[in-house]
Design a protein around this ligand. Structure first.
Ligand code: SAH
Length: 458
């Protein structure tokens, strides 16, 4: 006979629950007879009345109706939109508790996924002022009541919530978004309509260099034309004088991928310039650049300290972006080799080496998992390998190559502890030991965790 297991909760039921935990994306967790329910804007130890809004086989979702008992770590907030949109989904938790939460997240994955419960995990390095830190914004644009509207999507949806103050962004970026939006409105530029795949303006992207103040605006459009191009560019330059670059990116596809392949200059330069750890960098629109400049310096310094570099060292900077990590340490070592998939970023990296009079760093465009085996086959050695992959972590084949190169140290910078832990398990099997992990808070008020891990060949 087939067993049918009924779930202990039903949709639309109202329940009184106690929050026991916080998920990696910042939802409170309550359990009813072992069945987990995730509830936005709730914190461990809190008691709450909730409405069950979604019931799945293994877990459900609830909506907070009434807080019955508050956590001592709760910060009062009126900015519910920052939670709803996921812009600052942890800002109702006080900052020191956020830092502890992040350290615990790393502990959790190192225990459950990497099976390394005893690894040393240092206290999270946080910011003194954990707001207004982002140097980049990618803001979706929609037509609401005939008006161009900027804001952010409700979590797990594409419903735009209108917002002008994003709190975690450089306030000059918030101001620029509104000015650019109003200029485009004046020229009757139509917003993109996702459902019908009509209209034109999809995103406004703004980058502002933390140290130099140089700004870049990227208008992402569906169509090749944005009219009247010259007037729009001139008006933006006048309204936001720090702008040194206005680009148009064309994304004609039905996709969530923000940038298309075609990039056009509407005004000024194709890059902005910023500083990191005393070096100068040019940054193209399509190149990755750490969004929290001050904490990027803390992150890089941690990686450099962990590497304990020697003047004879050969260092590989894998997933190098515009070369920032390799160039920050090039003065202390013999040679640096970088690899990166975005060719505009590699061009920036080469140019950045020149700008800083660095002559012992070389950069190659390509996929790390394809380029590294070539380096290994050519007999190229590495004393220290630094990897800084995107969220999905390292390809299994890349881990194999790394272990063949057999460098003494691997410094692994990760923006996703779960894939970091998965990769650590493989590296440990291949003879490395995880020495220590330093979480660095790159994204205050959010649940994102960044870390630097040091692995040493036994
Ligand atoms: N280390 C840089 C960039 C880190 S972000 C910094 O700190 O600024 C990760 C980088 O990996 C991005 O630049 C992305 O373009 C690049 N990337 C993504 N997949 C890749 C792959 N398969 N091979 C090489 N680079 C890749």
């Amino acid at each position: 006979m087939k067993k049918t297991r009924s779930l202990p909760v039903q949709k639309n039921q109202t329940l009184k629950v106690t929050i026991e935990d916080l998920t990696h994306d910042g939802f409170g967790v309550a359990k009813i007879a072992g069945y987990p329910i995730f509830i936005e804007n709730t914190l461990p130890t809190e008691k709450a009345e909730i409405l069950v809004i979604k019931v799945g086989k293994k877990f459900g979702y609830g909506k907070l109706q009434k807080l019955l008992e508050k956590s001592p770590d709760r910060v009062e907030t009126t900015e519910q939109n920052l939670i709803r949109t996921g812009i600052a989904p942890l800002h109702h938790l006080n900052y020191s508790a956020q830092l502890v939460f992040k350290q615990k997240q790393v502990k959790k994955v190192m225990t459950k996924i990497a099976h390394q419960p005893d690894v040393k995990i240092l206290s999270t390095l946080g910011m003194e002022k954990p707001w207004a830190y982002r140097n980049k914004a990618q803001i979706p644009v929609r037509q609401i009541d005939g008006q161009l509207t900027t804001g952010f999507f409700r979590r797990n949806s594409h419903d735009l919530i209108s917002l002008e103050n994003f709190f975690i962004q450089d306030p000059k970026i918030d101001e620029a978004i509104v000015k650019v939006r109003d200029i485009l409105q004046k020229y009757h530029v139509q917003a993109y309509n996702e459902a019908e795949h009509t209209g034109n303006l999809r995103h406004i992207i703004v980058r502002r260099a933390h140290y130099t103040g140089e700004m870049m605006i990227v208008l992402v459009t569906r169509k090749a034309k944005i009219f009247p191009e010259q007037e729009i560019a001139a008006d933006i330059k006048e309204a936001v004088p720090e702008v040194v670059s206005i680009m148009q990116n064309i994304q004609p596809l039905k996709t969530n991928v923000i940038l298309g392949t075609e990039m056009k200059v509407l005004y000024g330069k194709e890059t902005i310039e910023d500083h990191l750890l005393g070096k100068t960098y040019q940054i193209a629109a399509s190149a990755f650049y750490q969004v929290n400049t001050r904490q990027a310096e803390v992150l890089y310094q941690t990686a450099i300290d962990f590497a304990e570099l020697k003047p004879t060292d050969i260092v590989w900077d894998v997933y190098c972006g515009i070369g920032t990590i390799g160039l920050s340490l090039a003065d202390h070592v013999k040679e640096v080799y970088g690899v990166e998939i975005v060719s505009a970023a590699v061009e920036n990296a080469r140019k950045n080496a020149q700008l800083n009079q660095i002559e012992n760093a070389w950069f190659e465009a390509g996929k790390a998992e394809e380029v590294l085996p070539k380096w290994e086959a050519a007999g190229r050695k590495a004393d220290v390998i630094i990897v800084d992959p995107p969220r999905k972590g390292l390809a299994a084949s890349l881990i194999e190559t790394l272990t063949q190169v057999s460098s003494r140290k691997i410094v692994y910078i990760s923006c996703n502890p779960a894939t970091f832990a998965r990769d650590c398990e493989l590296l440990v099997k291949a003879g490395y030991q995880v020495e220590k992990i330093q979480p660095v808070d790159m994204f205050p008020q959010t649940a994102h965790v960044e870390l630097v891990g040091l692995l040493i060949k036994k």
